[in-house]
Write a protein that binds this ligand. Structure first.
Ligand code: GDP
Ligand code: MN
Length: 378
């Protein structure tokens, strides 16, 4: 579960990280009121769960409460990467001298949390990671010992942080570690952490992703879920108990079992394609669930072909086939569909689908190649 910037920063603040003064607003007049309370220049920041808001015009500087109201009107009317802006954060504007990146996530290969920092913080950290990875410092944290002060100091030295900021950097790093562990986060990130003209170190942006499987331990965090601003497809998927993650490719995938879904994505890539999503319909999927899954996959305009990879065990292939047929009466099949069904009641399933003009395949390799070819328009 992703938290909005204002929620992440409120959590950071509880753990001793300095954040700008500010408040969230749902209307332009509320934004104006917050700007009046803050006095001086403010930034109006769209609260949407995607990155790159700045570049999309979702972050604006206002010199007066009146200007804040105007900009909030504009921003509250925007859609950023398909998500409507329903709230803005109005923060006192910072006079930025330097932008730093600081984040913690899990490093699966070392099976440890890793703190990452860079002197090249700001909006283009992904690009820095691609083009000059050496500019990103990584320090692994022993989960039992926690972040040690010497590690935070090492990071401060490595990013050439002037000594006058070490103390507050240490507080920030410790606070971020506490926020990360105590909230069961999988990501806690400040980008940018800025040095201001008046010599303060402030977390200007904040991002947290919480582990859904640990939310039962934090009901108060679960309540922060902002249904309004999540992708419609993900809300729909959760309603039906489907694990759906949208990706950037063109091959929609419907698979039963998370491991098989991962393998399916790997094989698609092996044959030169890109998956449009991860979708696990789970075991014993009813036709209703399959229909919902197909609707969700086809709601993504990037999808050029759908690949069904079903291993019938508990999930019966005929049941899945009925779900596909049911879904196709509701959702117009605007793309080719490739099906691989094996296991329990596979023959029955294939027979049901034989009239549905679907491309069938015997093996996963065969199915993937057919899907990749269909996506490429061959
Ligand atoms: P993101 O684009 O979604 O990551 O949003 P950020 O909160 O990181 O803001 C993007 C950029 O806007 C920052 O890197 C800053 O350069 C700029 N920005 C944000 N807040 C302020 C502010 O208070 N003052 C100034 N001058 N720039 C700001
Ligand atoms: Mn940012």
């Amino acid at each position: 579960m992703k938290l909005q910037e204002y929620q992440s920063k409120q959590i950071f603040s509880k753990f001793g990280i300095t954040i700008p003064r500010g408040n969230v607003a749902a209307t332009a007049s509320e934004a104006k009121q917050v700007a009046e309370e803050l006095g001086g220049r403010v930034v109006i920041k769209s609260q949407v769960l995607v990155g790159g808001r700045g570049k999309a015009g979702g972050i604006r500087l206002a010199k007066s409460p009146k200007e804040a109201e105007e900009m909030a009107t504009q921003i509250l009317g925007m859609e950023i990467k398909g998500l409507p802006v329903r709230k803005v954060l109005v923060d006192e504007a910072a006079n930025i001298q330097k932008e730093i990146y600081l984040g913690i996530t899990n490093d699966r290969s070392t099976r440890k949390p890793v703190m990452m920092a860079s002197a090249a913080g700001g909006v283009d950290i992904e690009e820095v990671a691609q083009t000059s990875p050496e500019k990103i410092i990584k320090v692994h944290i022993d989960p039992l010992l926690g972040l040690r002060d010497y590690q935070a100091r090492d990071i401060a030295v490595s990013i050439d942080l002037p000594r006058e900021f070490w103390r507050s950097f240490l507080d920030t790093a410790r606070g971020l570690w506490k926020a990360y562990t105590q909230c069961d986060a999988t990501l806690a990130e400040i980008n940018p952490l800025v040095i201001t003209a008046d010599h303060r170190l402030i977390a200007l942006d904040g991002k947290m992703v919480l582990d859904d499987n640990a939310l039962f331990r934090h009901p108060e965090l679960g309540d922060m879920r902002d249904i309004d601003s999540e992708a419609a497809a993900e809300i729909e998927a959760r309603k039906y108990g489907l694990s759906y993650i949208k990706l950037e490719g063109e091959i929609g995938c419907m698979v039963n079992g998370a491991g098989l879904a991962m393998a399916t994505m790997d094989i698609i890539k092996l044959f030169g394609g890109e998956p449009a999503n991860f979708l696990d319909i789970g075991g014993g999927a009813s036709s209703e669930k399959v229909a919902a899954a197909l609707r969700i996959i086809l709601s993504d305009p990037n999808v050029k072909v759908v690949l069904f990879n079903i291993f019938g065990g508990i999930t019966r292939c005929d049941e899945v086939a009925r779900g596909i047929l049911a879904a196709m009466t509701e959702v117009k099949a605007r793309v080719p569909m490739v099906v691989r069904l094996v296991g329990t009641n596979a023959e029955e399933g294939l027979r049901l689908l034989s009239d549905a003009k679907m491309i069938t395949a015997e093996t996963l390799a065969d199915a993937s190649q057919k899907a990749v070819a269909a996506a490429k328009g061959a």
